[in-house]
Design a protein around this ligand. Structure first.
Ligand SMILES: *Cc1c(COP(=O)(O)O)cnc(C)c1O
Length: 243
């Protein structure tokens, strides 16, 4: 008999939790210092709800438009995180939809988010996305820019920098991600030095390399396929609109 989607998600999640636990143990960390951001892009609300029933409370999306349609159809107690590139003309929706934005890649975007958050009466937690690999195809600020931007962020009172985020170059071998994760951690330490803060976190690690990310200090791991399976080729249709 085929397993229901729920059973499949529950099983995948059990595997993910075991992998997290092992990586945490290996690196002398507590697994409850690590938040799973379940990246549900490409999946419909029913799938989010199944994952939610299995104990996940924090979900990630990479497109404002998709999130705007999906979020109202999901449980109200889910915490939604924006993990994808954010266009500045979507900041207004973003502050209303999301509890956190992982992908702030410029001071201009930070300022726009700050202004919209102020209008919405919110303080938006953010991560600064850094292009540590220097790949031209990747979003993110240059490592050299981070110090000045994090200092400048101090004077914007409706955003609060919670940490740094990165996406390493894709590789089949998860070990290849390690130097990029380590570079982000070094940069975080530098930021803590210049800001006098000791609470900056790291958003890094995806389905294949999150153990390495945990070993290198990740606080948020953004996991899609390891929880939900391969994303459907044909994106789901919600309310008659193709996402
Ligand atoms: C899709 C996505 C993820 C999750 O990727 P998987 O390989 O499915 O785990 C993480 N972060 C960002 C920014 C993404 O767009």
């Amino acid at each position: 008999m085929p397993m229901s989607d729920n059973a499949v998600i529950a099983e995948r999640l059990a595997v993910v939790c075991e992998r997290i636990e092992k990586a945490a143990q290996k690196s002398g960390r507590q697994s409850d210092d690590i938040v799973v951001v379940a990246v549900s892009k490409g999946f419909p609300p029913e799938v989010v709800e199944e994952a939610h029933k299995n104990g996940l409370y924090c979900f990630g999306e990479n497109k404002v438009q998709e999130a705007k349609q999906k979020i109202p159809l999901c449980s109200g107690d889910i915490e939604w995180h924006m993990v994808g590139h954010l266009q500045s003309n979507k900041t207004r929706d973003a502050v209303r939809l999301f509890a956190m934005v992982h992908s702030v890649d410029s001071l201009e975007l930070l300022e726009k988010l700050n202004n919209e958050a102020e209008k919405a009466g919110k303080v938006m937690p953010i991560c600064l996305q850094v292009n540590v690999s220097g790949e031209r195809s990747k979003f993110g600020m240059k490592p050299e820019e981070v110090e000045s931007i994090i200092k400048a962020a101090d004077s914007y009172h409706n955003v609060v920098v919670r940490g740094l985020m990165t996406i390493p170059p894709y590789s089949k071998d998860p070990e290849m991600s390690r130097p990029f994760f380590r570079k982000l951690a070094d940069l975080r330490n530098l930021c803590q030095g210049v800001t006098g803060r000791s609470d900056l976190g790291l958003s890094m690690g995806m389905s294949e390399d999150f153990e390495i990310a945990i070993e290198e200090g990740a606080n948020w791991i953004r996991i899609g396929r390891a929880i939900f399976g391969d994303r459907p080729k044909k994106v789901p249709v919600i309310d008659g609109e193709t996402l």
